[in-house]
Design a protein around this ligand. Structure first.
Ligand code: C2E
Ligand code: MG
Ligand code: MG
Length: 587
């Protein structure tokens, strides 16, 4: 298993290179030193010390022998003290110094020390000498390893990056073909990571990614490769004759591990993951195909409410997401009129009546068909296109509301999702005001859904905008509530009308008692602050019953209706207005 802390780029201590060559006293005669060199051909230099074990200098083998080869030199110099022959300007460093630092000292002092080496001390006492060539080798090897590391490992998490991941996957596939074994691939995307990054800052985001990466590593086995593909996307390769069951067990371990909070910069946060899996050879036999299929399965996991996993099954939509072309297409989509709003009704539990509709954008892509926002909303935010697209959504939702009213339907509130980037536009309130005025609708029928993360920004600015919007008469809701921040105290400060409890708490409510407690706690909190509560993503009767008993008054979810095109929702509303008995029956 790769350790997050074991970085190749670390600069080791000079003790790594030290050899303890027994030193000679400064009073020994040169002939003794000559004998030592002749008997020990591996000794490249001899350290010279005084009688207190303090190094004074170094004698270089090559220089010394050259002197004594000359005629009569033994007779002339042999009896002299070695201190006359040693290099007195030797480099002496403390053993705590790093290798790179020594290298710098040696280069600055002139290259002859590269050959003769240098002495290391511990509190002034001799401990060993190191060869300049070993030093050079160490540095160059480490530089090369560093370069390799930089090119193949992610700098933040120190996990293999996309390049090394693909390499390992391809190697593993070759092995599988030869051995006729299976291989499993996980594609993991953190849920709502962008919200954290946007609202809490990049340092927080980085720490969160690192903590999530550590969790993934802890869930995997040592033989698995955990890699970071980009941003908040990770992959895990399961080799060694793996099977579908091992893949599922790993997914369960990951989902389970994410239920515990992470402590990031003094805050407890929850981050969940959506996971898609694919198997070799059943789902695909090539690395790119396997990755695309695990990615497709991951999107299914997102679509079914996040915080879960899906195994690839034939028929799932595979987008070999060529981001560039999608981005180009996205730029044209607005003028080509390719966007459409779908609507999902919100139901009041006590009466079964429709009390509003949420507008949800869809993109009728000319080649890919109908795309849901998970495929493109993030991109519109990254590119800034959310500003014009979001404006269109508001105009279209208001227009639709008026058109339903003109068709004789009872006027109902319409909820519109607002991205943080739109909200922070200086003209945002003004734009909302003019769209409402132009459409002719009453502001009370417009509800803006804001995400929780937005409230963590510059509080004064947020507060001012919220009050301006509130003064316009529009309603304000917090969407996906509960996904992120455990500190709920800030809610009191804001003029909010509704909380929409995120669907990840509602999903499988009956199987996850913790979620029931959370929903109850949110409901109690909401009540104490006179907020309306909407449970999102209610799919089954048992979820509905539990939501009801937890104290939520409103629900939205497939149990009643999927998001539908405007004309179908109009039909749906008409039928239910005419026949109230239909109110509590599923679509
Ligand atoms: P959201 O605002 O939380 O919308 C609810 C999402 O949950 C919708 O997904 C809806 O189709 C889905 N959903 C509702 N009931 C159920 C259920 O019972 N089971 C399951 N599995 N899912 C259910 P959708 O339409 O794909 O939208 C995804 C997200 O995209 C929205 O989450 C919202 O954050 C964003 N979005 C959608 N339209 C817009 C828009 O016009 N502007 C902006 N800024 N964001 C939008
Ligand atoms: Mg919403
Ligand atoms: Mg939501």
């Amino acid at each position: 298993m790769q350790m997050l802390s074991a970085r190749h780029s670390e600069n080791p201590n000079v003790t790594l290179l030290l050899k303890h060559i027994p030193p000679v006293q400064d009073t020994v005669p040169c002939l003794t030193v000559l004998e030592i060199f002749q008997k020990n051909p591996h000794i490249f230099a001899l350290p010279v010390i005084n009688n207190e074990n303090i190094p004074l200098g170094i004698v270089d083998r090559k220089d010394f022998i050259e002197t004594f080869i000359k005629p009569f030199s033994k007779e002339i110099y042999g009896k002299k003290n070695i201190s006359d022959f040693m290099n007195k300007s030797s480099i002496i460093v403390d053993k705590g110094v790093t290798i790179d630092d020594v290298a710098r000292i040696i280069v600055d002092a002139g290259m002859q020390h590269m050959v003769s080496g240098f002495i290391a001390t511990d509190e002034g006492q001799y401990v060993g000498v190191a060869n300049g060539l070993d030093l050079l080798n160490e540095i160059t090897q480490r530089k090369q390893a560093n370069l390799f590391h930089l090119a193949h490992y992610d700098h933040l998490t120190n996990l293999p990056n996309r390049l090394l991941f693909l390499d390992r996957l391809n190697m593993a596939l070759i092995e599988c073909r030869r051995e006729k074994t299976q291989l499993g691939l996980l594609f993991i995307d953190l849920d709502n990571f962008k919200h954290f990054n946007d609202s809490m800052g990049h340092e927080f985001g980085d720490k969160l990614l690192l903590a999530a990466a550590t969790r993934l590593l802890n869930c995997a086995r040592e033989s698995d490769t955990v890699a970071r593909l980009s941003g908040d996307e990770f992959t895990i390769i399961l080799e060694n004759k793996t099977c579908q069951n091992a893949l599922i067990a790993l997914c369960n371990r990951i989902v389970e591990s994410m239920t515990r909070p992470l402590l990031i910069m003094g805050r407890e946060v929850f981050i969940t993951a959506s996971i898609g899996t694919a198997m070799y050879p059943d789902d695909d036999t090539e690395s790119t195909g396997l990755l695309a299929k695990a990615d497709a399965a991951m999107y299914e996991a997102k679509r079914s409410g996040r915080n879960t996993f899906r195994n690839y099954v034939p028929g799932m939509k595979v987008y070999s997401l060529e981001r560039m072309t999608l981005e180009t297409d996205l730029r044209m989509a607005l003028e080509r009129n390719e966007f459409e709003l779908f609507y999902q009704p919100q139901i009041e539990l006590s009466t079964g009546k429709i009390v509003g509709n949420e507008a949800l954008i869809r993109w009728q892509h000319p080649e890919r068909g109908l795309l849901s926002p998970i495929h493109f909303i993030e991109m519109t935010e990254e590119t800034g296109l959310i500003v014009p697209i979001g404006k269109w959504v508001l105009q279209e939702a208001c227009r639709q509301h008026m058109s339903w009213v003109e068709n004789g339907l009872e006027p109902l509130p319409i909820s519109v999702n607002i991205s943080a980037m739109q909200f922070y536009q200086t003209e945002f309130c003004e734009m909302v005001r003019s769209i409402i005025t132009d459409s002719g609708m009453q502001p009370i029928f417009l509800e803006l859904e804001l995400t929780e993360s937005l409230f963590m920004h510059d509080v004064d600015v947020v507060l001012k905008t919220l009050h301006e919007l509130h003064d316009l008469g529009v309603k304000l809701a917090i969407d996906d509530f509960g996904t992120g921040y455990s500190n709920l105290g800030y809610l009191k400060m804001f003029p909010i009308d509704r909380l929409k409890i995120d669907q990840s708490f509602i999903r499988h409510l009956e199987r996850e008692p913790v979620n029931i407690d959370i929903v109850r706690a949110i409901a109690a909190l909401g009540k104490s602050m006179s907020l309306e509560l909407v449970a999102e993503g209610v799919e089954t009767d048992s979820e509905l019953a539990l939501v009801k008993s937890s104290g939520c008054e409103f629900v939205q979810g497939y149990r009643f209706s999927k998001p539908l095109p405007a004309n179908q929702i109009e039909q749906w509303m008409k039928e239910r207005f005419l026949n109230p008995a239909l109110y509590l029956t599923p679509n």
